[in-house]
Design a protein around this ligand. Sequence first.
Ligand code: SAH
Ligand code: SF4
Ligand code: F3S
Length: 478
Amino acid sequence: MKKVNNIRQYYLIETMGCQMNERDSETVAGMLEELGYERAPAQAAQGCGGKAQALSAARLAADVIVVNTCSVRENADNKFFGTLGQIKKAKEADPCKIVAVCGCMMQQPHIVSDIQRRFPWVDIVFGTMNIEAFPSMLAGALNARKGRVADQVSPPWHSALVDIRTDAGEIAEGLPSRRARPFSAFVNITYGCNNFCTYCIVPLARGRERSRRPEAILCEVEALAADGVREITLLGQNVNSYRSPDSGGTGFPSLIRMLDAVPGIERIRFMTSHPKDLSDGLIDCYRTARRLCPSIHLPIQSGSADVLRRMNRGYSKEYYIALTEKLRAALPEIVITTDFIVGFPGETDADFEETMDVIERVRFDAAFTFLYSPREGTPAAEYEGRVPAVVAHARFDRMVSRLNAIAAEKNRAMLGRIYDVLIEGPSKTDESMLTGRTPGGKLVNIRPPARGSHELAGAIEPVRLVESGTFSFIGEFA
Ligand code: SAH
Ligand code: SF4
Ligand code: F3S
């Protein structure tokens, strides 16, 4: 499909989920660009109304809008339905606009029927296991639209094309991709998850775990390096269980060693790492793999043995603490971050104190804290002992304030030191500054840019940390 009469065709992708979701959006963007679409201009309204106005301008300008959804917590679902309500206005202004919805929410049949009932003007619905179907679905929707215009059928037109798979089949390789940043890239290594933590929708939304072949990953990373990428983030729900599909094949530590040797790649990150599968081989990589960044996101969820057992996490607080000690013995400056769920069904005050204890003992650099959200179809949604909202909120606040205080203390201890910072571009909060990350992943706003900001995006520069906060630093070029 080519541009019609050289008229520019625009697309907008709204991504609501995690890095895996973002990576899928990059694939959808790559497909649309191969078809001749360009990213919708969003700058028009910036400055006079901020982000929200820029987004509605982009929605109006776009010929194709894709919403890539997340289902991990209930507020993600609500946000999606709110977004569709807003997109409706853009669709009413231009009924020829194609609206597609995809991602984790679409793997739940009740959501798809909800969309068909409440938002019948949505044109395309596809899932997480058949992204490659999108271009032909788009062609189908465009043809249907052409037919209706030719037959002088007036809008609204109601007939979504729906294609959801529940059996993932072979991994589709070689799909196009449009990266968000030229120097940094996400690389999928596994899809899906076999862990079935009792609270989690992901195994239902993404299917069983599949690992990509190491040759396919290496080939992608080499191509990325040749294209100017310096930093890769390997993606999987549990990267530690990566295993080449060939019998007796490569595991995660060997994969890291293989990618460590790719010329041009300066930083290797990964997420997420499940504590029960973190091997000594991976810990050893922190000593030996030169490009592996000194950071690990290692979700613990809770400190209570009983809660962890009912979550089906497969480790204890002591086991987790021992892992962090081993990691710090291998690499003392390693940045350790985590996730917590507060208010899991049946969580008692004593359980919560176990979580507070682990916070004191591990001293995390940063943590994401989530209120437990029941997800339909998961075992925990049926568990008894719902924690009252006021209790859960009080625990949440106490925890966040302690986590933040520790994070601020840890950051203060880094003041005065010089780190190699990978510059990402102008700071989102203050355009006069540049923003970048230390090898451990800490955010630094750099003032004043000694040189032009645009040329520096993608450069790795020594920066001295001169002010510290809870979530970021101010730095100066050293
Ligand atoms: N695969 C990753 C996690 C992906 S989901 C891992 O196992 O580490 C990201 C985070 O969302 C989880 O670590 C958990 O803290 C949180 N989460 C998942 N399901 C949730 C739920 N039902 N309610 C609240 N938080 C949840
Ligand atoms: Fe969800 Fe657990 Fe799998 Fe992570 S490991 S995606 S929390 S089931
Ligand atoms: Fe990610 Fe949300 Fe799906 S966290 S895997 S986009 S449910």
